[in-house]
Design a protein around this ligand. Sequence first.
Ligand code: GLU
Length: 428
Amino acid sequence: MSSHHQIPSYLTPHETGPWSVYLEQIDRVTPYLGHLSRWVETLKRPKRILIVDVPIERDDGSISHFEGYRVQHNTSRGPGKGGVRFHQDVTLSEVMALSAWMTIKNSAVNVPYGGAKGGVRVDPKTLSRGELMRMTRRYTSEIGIIIGPDKDIPAPDVNTNEQTMAWMMDTYSMNEGRTATGVVTGKPISLGGSLGRREATGRGVFVVGCEAAAKRGLNIAGSKVAVQGFGNVGGIAARLFSDAGAKIVAVQDHGGTIFHSNGLDAHKLLEHVEINGSVAGFAGAEAVIPSEEFWSVDCDILIPAALEQQITEKNAHKIRAKIILEGANGPTTPEADDILSDKGVLVVPDVIANAGGVTVSYFEWVQDFSSYFWSEDEINQRLTRIMKEAFNSVWHVTEDKKVSLRTAAFIIGCSRVLQAREVRGLYP
Ligand code: GLU
């Protein structure tokens, strides 16, 4: 039996971005998929891609156009699910990769969703609040033809937050003529948002970090942690590690890299970033260090919680951490994975490490549908249980098959998706 697959024309032939990283990860897992590998091509191309023009009227009366995307990578196990990012460097192939990682993540932690992601190629810092609202609303209206509470449910990601979700929910609801709270997650509490959602991704990073540390015999109290990115993921994770007695020795973000051998005060740093937009200028640092030195900082746990492709063959050999927790999506390239594995560094992959966000998004969506809201304790307990179970199932596959945690997570994630694909069968 031979198979012929036409290469999609929208793919660049010598792609080196996140999509090529994702494809390499799929190639690495394929030998472990058994008879399901017959369906693996499904994972190598998104189900549906929508590119939209997002025109807005600026405050000065001029018109600006932005490029927007919504990619539904897979819907075999349920509706599409994944965030929306606003960033000047967003590209279609990046959003494709991010949507594909959502498919694997949602499956790996077993929430009943496929994978999707959206983005607008814009630097939101250059827009006024009014312009940002008009841009968000027009983008939502344009992707309104494919999203919906039982079709595809957006959520926050890089540079989007509760306010963005409120505007998206309102725009979709106005177009539908009914209030549809379940169309997005990560909403404000007053609009059907869930307690614990804002902190969920960082909390999940912390929970799997504790599990990983236990496997390595590392005590969190007194351990040294370095964090790249101090937003909703890195900032919260750092605070939880620091509350558990770890020392946050280095933090890097777009504004600079700060260091303190006895640990930075995570609470004060969160306040500083809230006011100033970056860690730059933080008075409680011992030193400001060159950005490349961040990777060689003496630490036990390293948390990349910013953007993709940060840990590469150029810096992986410098890393001194015993454990890497991928708060970001796609921060490590396959070449870097190989170097880290040779060095014995335990890499907890994004599809497990940062799955706390979408897990509580799932809780939010369930609460919206049932119009019955849970307590924060209940949410955090359920989140902790799911994260621990997901980590330990992956750990089990790692030991059983002698593969990395990433390949193990992909074995679990891809198998569930392809089992659903197979049993549903092709239409027509
Ligand atoms: N943007 C987050 C992620 O990358 C959350 C997505 C969601 O909650 O749907 O996992």
